[in-house]
Write a protein that binds this ligand. Structure first.
Ligand code: 13P
Length: 247
């Protein structure tokens, strides 16, 4: 019942020439069994949405402001992303939390703004290496989940992405048992009305070589992929692995 999701986060990478990668990805998956999403930088959301319009690949933003409009130089609102063709937006990525000091309360406000604009919010959370070493992982993610999930969140308008900070961009991943443990705890921590239907995806050094093993875990409903989403060939292999896991 939970449709698998392969989401690519391009982070601060991508110029107009890179739209060819998005088009190649769409050509490689004309009718994917899972949902395929690319989140380019805000400058490319409109052009990528136009380029992928007649394909099943959808487009999202990487962050949004909590307000719909206002005197916030440099920020982009959820309504603007929706207007540019986005259907999803990532909120609370660890790089936003680190670079911009975003708190769980701010992430919840951003997710609520996404919902008001009709976007699916992909809420990111995950422990640091020190927190894992200190045995605090389950407490940390439970606190982040409770703090970052806005009122009005549903299984349809919200995806939770578990991204251990120490696994992002490092080539290191938790063991399969560790991923399964966190995903099970997250599902148990969801409010009753979201518990069964909410998609829980894993992010952090997902590559073609490890995707199938991660997707075989029962509580993993897909992936949020950074570096390996930039090239169609790599991301395509990950989408194929998810399709295979979806059966
Ligand atoms: P990498 O796949 O490059 O580790 O990045 C993961 C991530 O942060 C996706 O949001």
């Amino acid at each position: 019942m939970r449709r698998k999701l392969a989401a690519g986060n391009w982070k601060m990478h991508g110029l107009a020439a890179d739209l060819a990668e998005a088009e190649a990805l769409a050509e490689a998956h004309p009718s994917p069994g899972c949902e395929v999403l690319l989140c380019p930088p805000a400058t490319l959301v409109g052009r990528m949405s136009a380029a992928l319009q007649r394909t099943p690949v959808v487009v999202g933003g990487q962050d949004c402001h909590a307000e719909e409009s206002g005197a916030h130089t440099g920020d982009v609102s959820a309504a603007m992303l929706a207007d540019a063709g986005a259907s999803h937006v990532i909120v609370g990525h660890s790089e936003r939390r680190t670079d911009h000091g975003e708190t769980d309360a701010q992430v919840a406000a951003k997710a609520a703004a996404a919902h008001r604009a009709g976007l699916v919010a992909i809420i990111c959370l995950g422990e640091t290496e020190a927190e894992r070493d200190g045995g605090e992982t389950l407490d940390v993610v439970a606190r982040q989940l409770a703090g970052a999930l806005p009122a009005g969140a549903t299984a349809e308008n919200t995806v939770i992405a578990y991204e251990p900070v120490w696994a992002i961009g490092t080539g290191r991943t938790p063991t399969e048992a560790e991923i399964a443990e966190v995903h099970a705890a997250l599902r148990a921590g969801l409010p009753e009305h979201m518990a069964a239907g909410t998609r829980l995806i894993y992010g952090g050094s997902v590559k073609p070589a490890n995707a199938a093993a991660i997707f075989a875990l029962p509580e993993v409903d897909g992936a949020l992929v950074g570096g390996a989403s930039l090239k169609a060939a790599d991301f395509s292999a990950i989408v194929a692995a998810l399709d295979a896991a979806a059966g």
